[in-house]
Design a protein around this ligand. Sequence first.
Ligand code: 13P
Length: 255
Amino acid sequence: MNKATRKAVIAGNWKMNKTPAETTALINEMKPLVAGADCDVVLCVPFVDIAAAVEAAKGSNIKIGAENVHFKASGAYTGEVSAEMLTACGVEYVVIGHSERRQYFGETDQTVNLRTLAALSAGLTAIVCVGETLEQRELGYTETLLKYQTKMALTNVSAEQLKNIIIAYEPVWAIGTGVTATAEQADEGNGFVREAIAEMFGKEVSETVTVQYGGSMNAKNADELLSKVNVDGGLIGGASLKAEDFSVIVKAASK
Ligand code: 13P
């Protein structure tokens, strides 16, 4: 991490887990464990859990995010939720372009960009996910792909709006597999993302953007991953469903 020029952010991505009652219980358990953290703490939860999460997190340092957002303000888009709907519910962050959405729900670089622009217009902070598959890595495409995905996601984003952008580098092969990228691989991947931002906005601006690592980050490996200069935080799946484990990661980012 380089806390001199950018914020450390630890965000949980609960994916399709927890009912509203379970949400309240887990956040109540987490609150005292993450209080006083020297990093931003975010929990991105399923839409149906947002009300419970916002209520439970009141008065604490935990901020609430959603796991997706549609790019239109309103209309005939059955099953979708707009950015304005999220902010009206007290949501401050939103995950966009997670590899599970790219893989299973037809998310493309174009829709990732549109969702990002919609989130920014509504005042949300967008956590935009990029990452290569194992096949792409083995073919030697990691740098090209990470830069392409980053640049596509940030098309038509202004330098001013970049303040509300977090990029999460999540190698697809490390998600939910228990296989973590080495700290060197995480640092390198995050570095490619930062280079892409530098190519678009200049080096100085690129040094201010928080770039997270995600993919089997846990209480045991967080310290090492977060010790790398380009790893400014984490997007945490499985370990964000356990209060103790999540708080250990938050403490690692607070150093
Ligand atoms: P895991 O931490 O469960 O590997 O998930 C990472 C992730 O996809 C976060 O968005």
